[in-house]
Design a protein. Sequence first.
Length: 421
Amino acid sequence: MGADGWAGAALRSSDTPLPPGWELCVLQGVNAPVTAANVTDLDQWQAAEGGSTNNTAAYNPFNTRRMTDARGAPIPGVISSNGFPAFASWAAGCEATVATLFQPNMWSITSALRAGTIAPAGAFLAVVDQSAWCAPSADGVPCYANAVLGVAGTLPDFVAHSAALDVYGNVKSDLLAYQLAVAAIIADQGVMAARSEQLAAEQSQVSAARAQADTAARALRRFAIDEYVSSGLYSSASLANLGVGVNPHSAQDADGVIAQQYLGITANDLLAADKVASAAVHASLARRDDAARAVTQATFRLASDTAAEHRTLTRMVADVATMQIAGACTTVAIAAPTPTGAAPNAAGTTGTTTTVPTTTTTTTTTTVPPTTTSTTTPPTTTTTTTTVPGTQSTASPQNANPAGVAALQGCVASLAPPGIP
């Protein structure tokens, strides 16, 4: 170790850039929070050492000489031309760096990083000087004395903005957005189930109302036919106009009048029952259609929230990958959303064609010798086609594996500054 120094030169072909957000790996490794102070401190420390970016010690930002992990296992690497280890990847370099920081003689550095509040960067370098990381010069001057004192040329005038805070912030916000999206889908599914259950109940009511209408219509037809057969003539005028008085079609004796009055009462009762049953069918159809529209709306809402959840998951997967390239949360496995097949139609529904029986009363004039009378034929049943919006099956939310989400949540929480959830 030791201040190899910032040479003030641009990145050379032999230099190795560190991945965006590389500070996250170091901070997670020593159980330190992601704070602006910590990120700045690590950036300034790396600038003072010049490791990787200003020498041949690839992926060795602070020029550690250690090539074993915290358990003593070897970390593959080679000794570079400037005497410091060069590693094949940032994961290896970070592991060596963290293992060095866990040495008992480096406690002042890890303690400062875990506090996450040491600022300005010169103050942090003074803390590093209290450790064995950088040996003092022969005359006893601390390794980073010039940097701490702000001597011109010791550190670059400008240290590039680190992506660490952005990378961490993006993953944190993605995780929250994903969790909110999943909660919205669960709520949508509850609403969808309730609306579908209501639609099924209303459809059952429609079937029952139609059955009652069919029964009333058949009773009315049977009455018309029976009266026509038994009397030879079914006169609606005499039944429907009982209050008008005697007319050419009325019964001509007292018994006939009484019988005809009973027939009129029966006919009126059957007609009234038929009208009530028809009205019940129309009312149940209206309720069924309202329920169908509610299902359609719930389907749209579920589809919309599912699409939003997919977008959030896709974004989270990409941002987690960036964080893992930086060396943090590397054990987290988040599944990307998979195609759900053909998209639903524009309305998000399928049409169900049903037939609605209705009754129609047709009045005709029939000539029966020797008299002409206006008769009413039995009600006829016609068929009306009604399209009922049905539900379009919606794919279940494309949940990332729960274990992966829980692991990510734990990793994000471990990097959070104290007091911030």
